[in-house]
Design a protein around this ligand. Sequence first.
Ligand code: NG1
Ligand code: ZN
Length: 550
Amino acid sequence: MSDLPVHAIRTLSDQHPKPSHIHFQYGTAGFRTKGDTLDSVMFRVGILAGLRSKKWDGKTIGVMVTASHNPEPDNGVKLVDPRGEMLETSWEAHATALANAQSTDEFIAALDTFTTTMKIDLSKPAKVVYARDTRPSGPALVAALEDGIKAIGAEERDAGVTTTPVLHYLVRAINTKGTKEEYGDDSEEGYLRKLSTAFNKLVAGKPSIPPLVVDCANGVGAKLAKELAEYLGDTLQLIPVNTSTTTPGALNNACGADFVKTQQTLPPSLTSVLKPGQRACSLDGDADRLMYYYLDDRGQFHMLDGDKIAALSAAFIGELTKSAGLDSQIKVGIVQTAYANGGSTKYLSERLPVKCVPTGVKHLHHAAEKFDVGVYFEANGHGTVIFSPQSLEIISAYQPSTPAQSTALNHLINLTEVINQTVGDALSDMLMVEAVLAHKSYSGEEWDSLYVDLPNRLVKVVVADRNIFKTEDAERRLVSPPGIQAKIDELVRRYEGGRAFVRPSGTEDVVRVYAEATVRTQADELAYRVAGLVYDETGGHPAHRPLEFL
Ligand code: NG1
Ligand code: ZN
């Protein structure tokens, strides 16, 4: 076993001192906070990525620099494991501990203990691939990351400015190169070619698809959407809007998937673009979330969120496995969180197995792995479909006995290629949705009518200490602070079709309150009553008492 390259780490670590007053936390979305405080975190993540690669015997580890749907001054970083999936949960605490060592000496001591207890063989090779979104703080943060990668002696590959899902794709493609599980060519072009080829095959022979407006949130999705449009050619015309990636403050501002989901309205920039009946979709700042919507004949806005995407795609996959004659061997299941609309849960659970898990894609992904085909989406549009290795083997070995079965089987195979199975991917999900709509000859309106969403409202409460909030039952009930859940239950009982829950956010220093009810005004009222209750019971910040809608 060789030793840590202490000299290199010390010299470079001194150039990336930790701000003494900040406590960093590797949460559901990695480290995420103001971009100008993250220099030391980036350096240390570079080292950690190298160590993770050594632990995996030199397999490539990914690092993505982004703060997703957050405003421009924020930034963040997350690690990607060798199969393109999120960092194994047990390492989150190690990442947090290393990021919080106060000095270079403390950091080196922590690294020493860490490598010894984790039995990391430092003589192993290490490889790290990294990318960033379009945020102005990105280049400096990447430079700090590169110093970390250098300090641990890892081999680096800069994937430049690209989306989170492309980085996940690259990691999987690099690590499966030359194996029977080869995922695709390890380049952005390889990704675009893989998705567009599968899509073009899926919709071949279908009536022409009307053009699709794509709101790129003024983020990195703009670059990929434009490139994808070239690959798709006439098969699907994309109309990218909100593509101003260099305009200060434009990123995720009054546009993008998070704006659409939380405001439940059209981005103002699309008012003059979108015609009645036309579909549009919004990506978030790193293009891993997707929201669809359309305006009806009266110009009224209708949102097609992650739950609607899950319902549409699960039904289609179910139909294909049936037509292919594979329905007895391949079962489709759905994974949701408590934020899934009650309308969707009712509709889906009458048809398929549905599992509810705590918020955070890692929980959804792991639960989805237990199904032959696991369809998982958060209501906010983050999700994907994963096929188990056994299902993929069944599909590839299957001998169809009729032409109809053969056609369905080919569609199923192409679907596995169009879907980015490593992680939620807005552009890949968009192609999946468009393929299903084309197959079913659905307009936005027909898709929307699968089930009716219950009116709902999401509110934030700024409290003195969100860490006192503890939940159970997949976050649907509060166990701490004691007594509040009973009061919430009491409130919920007064509203027809009422449901509400409270949980601490994993990405912001707030507590979130969700409520739904049969009638819009009641959903709003319930949300603000519960928020007021949480505030009053736990000493919320005086400036933030949630009274706006009462
Ligand atoms: P928090 O801040 O823990 O609610 C938010 C989203 C999650 C997930 C993460 C990661 C909601 C209500 N919450 O988590 O679903 O996407 O961000 O980005 O949408
Ligand atoms: Zn995102």
